[in-house]
Design a protein around this ligand. Structure first.
Ligand SMILES: Cc1cc2nc3c(=O)[nH]c(=O)nc-3n(C[C@H](O)[C@H](O)[C@H](O)COP(=O)(O)OP(=O)(O)OC[C@H]3O[C@@H](n4cnc5c(N)ncnc54)[C@H](O)[C@@H]3O)c2cc1C
Length: 424
């Protein structure tokens, strides 16, 4: 239900091609949809622009960690989230040769002792449907931000390619949630620091049989490694390859990949021909980078737009959600009261979210250097887990440590914006 004087997307129409709102969010991924939902719930007119027609894109991250489950509980959406098709995972291991080494264990952690594997589009649809319950929520699909509008050194809106042609959305603040290839980051001329990654990831599905292992786990072989996510009917496979080798691999017949996968996980051999061609394989170019400054006057960047994460630990969605909660906590009161969104407020978000982001990125870079680079360079026998580590990992309390680090991170964000149905 749009507000009086506002269009369907709750923007005030100042001309047929220009609309005005309080907060314009660019990108309807986890960061943008959660921020849009939280602001609308707090009574702030908000517009989320998403360039695609729907959320139904394959090959997106699907791991919803305890930190996100906690946020969902705080906003009263956990019940509805639990009704989405999902698989709960409470421990993870690494298979080396015939041996499955337990490494990560959520059991015993509170308040959530598992992570959920949920198709990301279902999660985003849930946030969109719930957002639409609030009169201040506007979601415009097929709207691609193509540039910034600036006045007096401040970002005042975005130029948008839409089905109706180019339009402008003006706002008190623009939040870029447009992912790791952020158009707005580039338009604002902001620089990213690259921390490097030795690998890329080939992402594909294979059918799963009832007799296959139940676990979600990593497999390390000689010079190869792969993560298999149990999605009940199918395996979501993430096959790790040396950085930049994608083109050379794709020049070879698909059998090269099939053989290597079947060697790593012999139980997949029966259905390996279902991997029909390279068209079924998506390459995730792994990047670990971060903006030095996450804001400029009138503009804030969060989620992957501010920091691309390595896939290690599957933390990308969850950090994006934590950023969104921190941004909503900082911005909602000022937006509701129509106060100027000054740099001090935007800086608050960066100060809050930079330490946990940096901490996880440092961990990821160390794991990349010390484990993944070595595993990919290994020839002959697969690597061994040192005996002392094997001994330590037999204790659940030790396996709880990595589970807590990736599941909850540190500095958990709690939703401080209440529900407010009054017009701002
Ligand atoms: C193959 C793959 C597997 C992954 N696996 C996992 C995993 O298992 N677990 C995990 O936690 N993370 C995973 N990730 C990372 C995770 O998906 C991201 O970290 C997370 O989605 C970031 O959320 P975000 O909202 O910041 O950005 P995104 O999810 O990238 O969302 C950005 C949105 O902005 C839209 N957009 C982009 N440009 C514009 C524009 N100019 N105008 C309007 N809209 C625009 C895009 O269409 C998109 O919907 C994976 C990523 C990939 C690519």
């Amino acid at each position: 239900m749009p507000l009086e004087g506002f269009d369907q997307a709750n923007t005030e129409m100042t001309s047929p091609s220009t609309s005005v709102t309080r907060c314009c969010i660019v990108g309807g991924g986890p960061a943008g949809m959660m921020l849009g939902y939280l602001l609308a719930r707090a009574g702030v007119p908000v517009v989320v622009l998403e360039k695609h027609a729907d959320f139904l894109r394959d090959f997106r991250g699907d791991t919803v960690h305890p930190s996100t489950l906690q946020v969902l509980e705080e906003i009263g959406l956990l019940g509805k989230f639990n009704r989405l098709p999902q698989r709960k995972v409470d421990h993870l291991g690494v298979r080396i040769g015939d041996r499955l080494q337990p490494v990560i264990d959520f059991r015993g952690l509170k308040p959530f002792n598992y992570l959920s594997l949920v198709p990301q589009w279902d999660f985003l649809d849930l946030l969109a449907d719930e957002g639409r319950r609030y009169p201040h929520f506007g979601l415009r699909m097929c709207h691609e931000a193509v540039g910034l509008i600036e006045a007096g050194g401040r970002v005042t809106g975005v130029r948008v390619r839409s089905p109706e042609g180019e339009v402008m959305v003006k706002a008190d603040v623009v939040v870029a949630c447009d992912g790791r290839h952020s158009t707005l980051c580039e338009a604002a001329g902001m620089t990213r620091r690259d921390y490097g990654a030795p690998m890329d990831v080939l992402w594909f599905r294979l059918p799963r049989k009832d007799t296959d292992p139940e676990e979600t786990f990593a497999i390390v072989g000689s010079g190869h490694m792969m993560v298999l996510l149990n999605r009940t009917e199918y395996w979501q496979a993430a096959y790790v390859v040396p950085k930049g080798s994608d083109e050379t691999l794709r020049a070879q017949p698909i059998d090269t990949l099939r053989d290597s996968v079947a060697k790593l996980a012999p139980f997949l051999a029966d259905f390996i021909r279902e991997l029909a061609s390279w068209d079924n394989v998506k390459t995730l170019v792994v990047r670990v980078d971060r903006l030095e400054h996450w804001y400029r006057p009138g503009l804030l960047l969060i989620g992957d737009a501010a920091h691309a994460m390595s896939p290690i630990g599957g933390v990308g969605i969850n950090l994006a959600i934590q950023d969104a909660v921190a941004a909503a906590n900082a911005l909602a009161p000022a937006l509701r009261e129509r106060k100027l969104i000054d740099d001090a407020l935007l800086r608050q978000v960066q100060h809050r979210r930079l330490p946990p982001t940096r901490f996880i990125q440092v961990l990821q870079v160390q794991i990349q250097k010390r484990l993944i680079t070595k595993a990919l360079a290994q020839s002959g026998e697969p690597p061994n887990v040192p005996a002392i580590l094997r001994w330590l990992l037999q204790f659940r309390v030790v396996r709880n440590i990595p589970a807590r680090l990736i599941g909850y991170g540190f500095r958990a964000e709690h939703v401080r914006t209440g529900e407010n149905l009054q017009q701002a």
